[in-house]
Write a protein that binds this ligand. Structure first.
Ligand code: NAD
Length: 260
């Protein structure tokens, strides 16, 4: 379905991003993966995408804190594979602490990686998409783009911000064959979720097991974590021709969380 298209996925060395990259590759797209991590492990994932799906896959080491490197990532797709047709802004980090204890540097970093990076990437990619009259921009937002939780001030602010950026980009690109949507997952079992369990336990004064059961899955009426494959399948659909009229939307995939 995506043969001939090129997808750039930020934060795709792990978790949801890696699942997006593999799902687009399965549909025949060439891929630019991006993210931090051990060089050998990243090379293994990159090579596996090529051999598992018979597509080309390049790695961009762009740091999402740096506007020039983010632009370089989009240019890498254009120079290596000819275009950037699908842009998925997915890299994200989390920190859990009450506002009065929240480190200022951490606030700035979360706003930069979870929100500003998406703006820089869109700014670089939209001109080419407009010229080719086709594009798909997907921002991994969160249920926290729609509702808040305590102790996640920076994350909730960045994710609400990306909801606004998504709608703005959708309006600016609507007549160019480009769609821009946000995917709003609930709790998906990934390293990002696993890593916040000890801090949440500390902030709330409860055990790690109680965090999983009484904080995370308590918010999710299905009482199950969403899987990365389910999130990736939604992204693939948003890239299809049948999804051409879906733009500016917030796609909830949260086991019913924000319905409550
Ligand atoms: P993850 O920790 O598994 O993956 C995060 C990715 O971002 C990694 O590839 C990491 O290397 C990359 N990254 C982090 N900082 C970076 C930087 N400075 N420059 C480049 N890359 C950087 O987490 P995940 O759960 O897969 O999260 C992916 C996205 O999904 C995030 O935006 C997150 O907020 C969102 N999300 C996750 C959940 C969940 O429950 N896991 C729920 C809703 C939304």
């Amino acid at each position: 379905m995506l043969k001939g298209k090129v997808a750039v996925v930020t934060g795709s060395t792990s978790g949801i991003g890696l699942a997006y990259a593999r799902a687009f590759a399965k549909e025949g797209a060439n891929i630019v993966i991006n993210g931090l991590g051990d060089a050998a492990a990243i090379e293994k994932e990159r090579a596996a995408i090529e051999s598992d799906f018979g597509v080309k896959c390049a790695y961009s080491p762009a740091n999402m804190l740096k506007a020039d490197e983010i632009e370089g990532m989009v240019r890498l797709a254009e120079t290596t594979f000819g275009s950037c047709d699908i842009l998925v802004n997915n890299a994200g980090i989390q920190h859990v602490a009450p506002i009065e204890d929240f480190p200022i540097d951490t606030w700035n970093m979360i706003i930069a990686i979870n929100l500003s990076a998406a703006f820089f990437a869109m700014r670089a990619a939209i001109p080419g998409m407009k010229a080719r009259k086709w594009g798909r921009i997907i921002n991994t937002a969160s249920a926290h783009a729609l509702v808040a939780s305590p102790f996640k001030s920076a994350y909730v602010s960045a994710k609400h911000g990306i909801a606004g950026l998504t709608k703005t980009a959708a309006l600016e690109t609507a007549t160019f064959g480009i769609t821009c949507n946000a995917i709003c997952p609930g709790y998906v079992w990934t390293p990002l979720v696993e890593k916040q369990i000890p801090d949440t336990a500390k902030a709330r004064g409860i055990s790690e097991e109680e965090v999983k059961k009484n904080v995370m899955l308590a918010a999710q009426p299905t009482k199950e974590f969403v899987t990365v494959e389910e999130v990736a399948a939604l992204a693939v659909f948003l890239c299809s021709e049948n999804a051409r009229s879906i733009t500016g939307s917030m796609q909830q995939i949260d086991g019913g969380w924000v319905a409550e």
